[in-house]
Design a protein around this ligand. Sequence first.
Ligand SMILES: [Zn+2]
Ligand SMILES: [Zn+2]
Length: 151
Amino acid sequence: MADYFSELGFRPLAEGEVPDHGAHLLRLLRDSGNFDLLQMFVELRGEGGSSAPAASKAAVQALPLVQPLENENCAVCLKNYDEESQCRMMPCKHKFHQECIFTWLKQTNSCPICRKELPTDDLDYEAIRKHKERESERNQQLESLHNSMFS
Ligand SMILES: [Zn+2]
Ligand SMILES: [Zn+2]
């Protein structure tokens, strides 16, 4: 007989395995919309450094290959481009050697020059980012409402 727990996708822990309370907690915070706490946990996870996760592999692969100008140089390695350089362009139009930017985007999801972000595969990080976007939209709406009422 299939028991209740295995139907729900639970399985007994293997020997030496510990339950992943962290992941459950983060999902709970995400689902309940507790973004302040969620952000705190995501920052803690970043070990005091940057809390930004790697860019999504699909987003990185989708960066267009471009032909650099010869007098330009790559902001990651600071070397000039030559004819053989394979370059990729970020959505912000900044260009880098393919190798340089691919390595960079495994560490963080933002442009080395202007810090504009690429999407990530990190559900927690994306939830916080969407929340912030919604907040700033709402603030803008409030501001324009305020301006239309009081000016
Ligand atoms: Zn480079
Ligand atoms: Zn940029």
